[in-house]
Design a protein around this ligand. Structure first.
Ligand code: LMR
Length: 400
């Protein structure tokens, strides 16, 4: 009965790792998936995460019972505080409902399913370009996905005028997906002043903000600064959704730990929204896993551990920033044609190099360097040792 199944293509991002794993070259380098690597090119488990895990293992009172449908209560409360700020009026007024979900993807999907069932406007605008999974997440949940202009290839920066025009022309009530910081794949974020203009436009048109916050702490090294866009929208008293991931900022990739928060107008609305979120979650995966959320809650609720986390997070962010400078310097030293200043201007985990599909394919074939075909490279996968290899490959690709 399954004989006619057509083979599906690999995922455009995770498929890069599949191809990388098959390559037997000792020089191979994976700059595809956004996953942090040390200077030695190894995955990193934060010390504070190891410490939290040890505490959890040693605590013999811990059991393996089911969590509630909405997840671990402490984790939810602390996650809301982390993104909205400890003194957020929305939290104090109990207008926020937060549910633990399967990392960023799961949080976006639960939010999307909720909106498809309960929100009056089924159109969502996503930036062009955006993380490849967004289109599928929202489309499969039953929303109609449209794009708004975001990136200008000519300046390798923000197409702010295009963004304002497209959101200005969106039907009233449309949902708008916003990357809270460190836009994936471009590394291009609006300035604070531009965020404020976006906020005013969206509120005047009744557009509903849905934030994807996958890199809090990774863009600037500051958890508060990287939540600035979200807090600006919450401060005006309006509604919004926010999906949080702890994959990158706590290095908890495989633990799949994240949260969806919905900011509502009143506490009563928030509690009714939560009751409906439970109906979305229960038939999908019943209730979320306990381990990752317990690690996060342990760290967020202890001042020392929290501080230790911020130091480790800043070290990751700083290493990425130093890789930007090193790569830029290496290309300058080689006299590689073109303006590469966007490498140091863009922020977060990725550089959107501007390399085209053929150049990417050439670099993979000849230099065993793997990246997504749109020319995005994960700066977090680079090290001082591998920067010269990448610079040689880019130089060869653009001069051949
Ligand atoms: C990425 O964009 O590389 C990450 O968000 C990982 C993923 O799941 O795609």
């Amino acid at each position: 009965v399954f004989a006619n199944i057509v083979r599906a293509p690999e995922d455009p991002i995770l498929g890069v790792t599949v191809a990388y794993n098959k390559d037997s070259s000792p020089h191979k380098l994976n700059l595809g998936v956004g996953a942090y690597r040390t200077e030695e090119g190894k995955p990193l488990v934060l010390n504070v995460v190891r410490r939290a895990e040890q505490m959890l293992v040693n605590d013999s009172s811990r059991v393996k019972e089911y969590l509630p449908i909405v997840g671990l209560a402490d984790f939810n409360k602390l996650s809301a505080k982390l993104i909205f700020g400890a003194d957020s009026p929305a939290i104090q007024e109990n207008r926020v409902t937060t549910v633990q979900c399967l990392s960023g993807t799961g949080s976006l999907r639960v939010g999307a399913e909720f909106l498809a069932r309960h929100y009056h406007q089924l159109v969502i605008y996503i930036p062009n370009p955006t993380w490849g999974n967004h289109t599928k997440i929202f489309g499969l949940a039953g929303l109609s996905v449209k794009a708004y202009r975001y990136y200008d290839p000519a300046t390798r920066g923000l197409d702010f005028q295009g963004l304002l025009e497209d959101l200005g022309a969106a039907p009233s009530g449309s949902i708008v997906l916003l990357h809270a910081c460190a836009h994936n794949p471009t590394g291009v974020d609006p300035t604070i002043e531009q965020w404020e203009q976006i906020r005013q436009l969206m509120r005047s048109k009744g557009l509903l903000p849905f934030f994807d916050s996958a890199y809090q702490g990774f863009a600037s090294g500051s958890l508060d600064a990287d939540a600035g866009s979200v807090r600006m929208f919450v401060a005006d008293g309006g509604e919004c959704l926010a999906a949080q991931s702890y994959a990158k900022n706590m290095g908890l990739y495989g633990e799949r730990v994240g949260a969806l928060s919905m900011v509502c107008k009143t506490a009563d609305v928030a509690s009714r929204v939560e009751s409906q979120l439970k109906l979305v979650i229960r038939p999908m995966y019943s209730n979320p896993p306990i381990h990752g959320a317990s690690i996060v809650a342990t760290i967020l609720k202890d001042r020392d551990m929290y501080n230790e986390w911020t130091v480790e997070l800043k070290a990751m962010a700083d290493r990425i920033i130093s890789m930007r400078q090193k790569l830029f310097d290496a290309l300058s030293a080689r006299g590689t044609p073109g303006d590469w200043s966007h490498i140091i201007k863009q922020i977060g985990m990725f550089t959107f190099t501007g390399l085209n599909t053929e150049q990417v394919a050439f670099m993979t074939k000849e230099y065993h360097i793997y990246m997504t075909s749109d020319g995005r490279i994960s700066m977090a996968g680079l090290s001082s040792r591998t920067v010269p290899l990448l610079a040689d490959a880019i130089h060869a690709a653009v001069t051949r």
